[in-house]
Unconditional design. Structure first.
Length: 472
């Protein structure tokens, strides 16, 4: 059943659309439960029925024939087309690549898709948007499709926030036999949003280069293939944080981590976290009857973590720099699983972030430390990725062969530019780890903020990537 179309408001100050504030706010959430009628939300967010100069809003839908049955009357009031040779300039374009991806493997080409999109997007008015709906399927040794396409398109268009479309029923468009070992299910569609801007040159920061191929490495079955936690998206509401651990700016919830630990390890095996913070992953490991080891740079967090355990027999937490892992003799020679979350670049040092203001008002610590070895203090993005890569290279050396590593991270937004940290990190780790797929931790317990209201699309990023890799 289609949701009722929003009541439109003619507001001359609203340059983007005719949506009332409530609907604007809803669209700003970076993930949503997908249905065929979701197309209406995109058309109605990114176009006005009539612009101040009197023209009617025009949208290109690829392919209109397939999308038409789901369009409501409000969307149909836009001038819709899927003729790429039509003469009028466009206010919006939407490309549904999912059916093309479901064609027999070999007939879908990212390069051909990018060419088609570039051709149509050239007809967009300046500062107008387009969206591509695409799965991240990895066919043979191809790089993840959604990330790869983004990199190609971002050479000419400004990559804005992605929205993650979460499918309630499982569908797979990957025809290949499933790879051995663990992999997530396939119930996600990326909705990638771009803006056409006048540019003299390629963007200075991101992305200068297209990703390389992901190596096609074979992985032996390992007994975890039927592990229970394969959902590619899930909503998780962490319990309220206790008074102690709230001192840490970005702690993750033990009950979520426990699901991963149960999927990837057996009792008494070693779980490692090279950036342990308040020790959440290590506590989760103990709760699951595993042994826990880790490293944390900030002595205050180490003290906090140690305070949280009674029996330290199965617990080894070193205060130090995870880059020096090889020199810490206290740690086991090999561990069986690693789950961790790095600083999200230097985002905690960004002024103006809503949560940062609240923490300041409450007199709480806003960043991890002033230590120069702290990765959260590196301000150059490329150097940050390179440092992180080096740390994970050291970490991977002591991960038992065939075993897994999960990294929880977010794509970040700084001064209006998206830095796809999750994607770039994955490409950086492919020399020594095999990427097994992403899962999304979706948050629905945060308050939406009306960023960019009436003039621009800026989402509230309420999804974290949980990236899982395997060591060969
Ligand atoms: C996202 S937080 C981890 C939070 C942790 N998972 C928890 O639940 O408490 C990242 C942590 O990495 C630590 N860190 C940053 N650079 C480090 C380094 N070079 N070596 C070890 N730890 C580091 C920070 O002090 C911070 O506690």
């Amino acid at each position: 059943m289609q949701a009722a179309a929003p009541k439109l408001v003619v507001d001359p100050k609203n340059r983007m659309n005719d949506l009332p504030g409530r609907n604007w706010l809803q669209f700003q959430k970076s993930w949503f439960v997908y249905s065929a009628s979701s197309i209406n939300d995109f058309v109605q967010f990114f176009t006005k029925i009539e612009y101040p100069d009197g023209r009617r809003g025009t949208a290109y839908l690829w392919s209109l024939e397939k999308l038409a049955p789901a369009l409501d009357d409000t969307s149909k009031e836009r001038l819709l087309t899927d003729d790429r040779h039509a003469v009028f300039p466009l206010d919006y374009a939407f490309f549904d690549a999912v059916p093309a991806q479901a064609e027999p493997s070999g007939s879908f080409s990212i390069d051909a898709l990018a060419k088609h999109i570039e051709e149509v997007a050239a007809r967009l008015r300046n500062n107008m948007y387009f969206t591509v709906a695409i799965r991240n399927s990895r066919i043979d040794s191809q790089p993840p499709a959604a990330w790869h396409l983004s990199k190609i398109l971002a050479r000419h268009f400004l990559l804005k926030d992605e929205k993650i479309g979460c499918l309630e029923t499982l569908e797979s468009c990957v025809e290949n036999a499933p790879v051995p070992g663990w992999q997530p299910d396939d119930s996600i569609i990326y909705f990638l949003n771009f803006r056409k801007e006048i540019r003299d040159e390629q963007p200075a920061v991101y992305p200068a280069s297209a990703p390389g191929q992901l190596d096609k490495k074979s992985v032996e079955g390992d007994g975890f293939a039927t592990g229970p936690f394969r959902e590619s998206w899930f909503v998780h509401r962490p319990p309220r944080r206790s008074k102690d651990v709230i001192l840490h700016p970005a702690k993750f919830p033990e009950d979520l981590i426990a699901k991963y630990i149960r999927t990837f390890t057996k009792e008494q095996e070693w779980v490692f976290d090279p950036m342990a913070g308040t020790g959440s992953s290590l506590i989760a490991a103990l709760d699951c009857d595993r042994r826990a080891c880790g490293i944390e740079l900030n002595p205050d967090f180490v003290a906090l973590a140690n305070k949280r355990v009674e029996d330290t027999h199965t617990w080894k937490l070193v205060e130090g720099d995870s880059k020096s892992l090889a020199s810490y003799d206290d740690l086991p020679e090999f561990y069986d699983y690693c789950i961790t979350s790095p600083p999200y670049w230097d985002m905690l040092r960004m002024r103006g972030a809503e949560t940062q203001k609240k923490r300041k008002d409450q007199g709480l610590q806003r960043w991890y430390s002033d230590d120069e070895r702290d990765l959260g203090n590196i301000d150059d993005y490329e150097s940050f990725i390179a440092e992180l890569r080096d740390i994970y290279a050291v970490v991977a050396k002591r991960l038992r062969p065939g075993r897994y590593l999960t990294i929880i991270v977010k794509n970040v937004k700084k001064k209006g530019v998206i830095y796809p940290l999750a994607w770039d990190l994955t490409f950086a780790l492919q020399d020594f780890l095999v990427f097994k797929g992403e899962q999304f931790w979706c948050q629905d317990d945060q308050r939406l903020a009306p960023f960019g209201y009436r003039y621009s699309w800026v989402s509230n990023t309420f999804h974290h990537y949980c990236l899982t890799f395997q060591k060969l």
